[in-house]
Write a protein that binds this ligand. Structure first.
Ligand code: ZN
Length: 189
């Protein structure tokens, strides 16, 4: 997982929006998480992602080290449906329960298959999405836009949001900060 962390730092240092949202400290201790799989986690390495050349080393590192990651899918099938729960997964790279320990931020690496609807949901923590590869249509109650590789989107505390991936899978950073860091997102509908 060190290679993923190192490449994540490279992407970070090149992007002022990521730096302004939260900082990654220089030396983070490993939490020695054991690798886990989900139904969908094998899809991550099979997909090809449209991405800028700056993001490709990180995407390659994620694919090459996917079998070391502690993959999760925390929604129930009754909340999100079987297709979503089978083709979405994530792991916590940095954070209280992440591969690398940090107390005040969480950095998740998240995968969604193509043509998935992520229902309206919300959480107390403030959030930034940073698209590594692929694209999706994002919605809040006041806006709708397509985000592609390199784009960012911020959600305020408890701001409800939803998303649809389009004809290709997507890989993204989700960053959390602020209150409610240890909670899960909840489906709003
Ligand atoms: Zn969110």
């Amino acid at each position: 997982m060190y290679q993923v962390l190192e490449q994540a730092k490279v992407v970070w240092e090149a992007n002022s929006e990521l730096i302004n949202f939260c900082q990654i400290e220089g030396s983070l201790r490993s939490n020695n998480l054991r690798p886990t799989t989900t139904i969908g986690s094998s899809l991550v390495t099979k997909a090809n992602y449209h991405a800028s050349k700056e993001n490709m080393p990180l995407i390659r590192a994620i694919k090459n080290h996917a079998n070391e990651a502690s993959w999760l899918q925390t929604y129930s099938t009754s909340e999100v449906g079987e297709d979503f729960s089978n083709r979405h997964c994530y792991f916590e790279l940095i954070g209280p329960k992440g591969h690398f320990y940090a107390e005040k931020i969480r950095v998740f690496i998240c995968y969604w298959g193509e043509h998935l609807n992520y229902k309206w949901h919300s959480h107390e923590a403030e959030e930034m999405y940073y698209i590594l590869g692929g694209k999706a249509r994002f919605r809040t109650k006041t806006m709708k836009k397509i985000l592609k590789a390199g784009d960012t989107q911020i959600h305020k505390s408890w701001e409800s949001h939803s998303m649809d991936t389009l004809e290709e899978p997507m890989l993204a950073f989700i960053l959390w900060r602020g209150n409610g860091l240890n909670q899960l997102a909840k489906i709003d509908e």
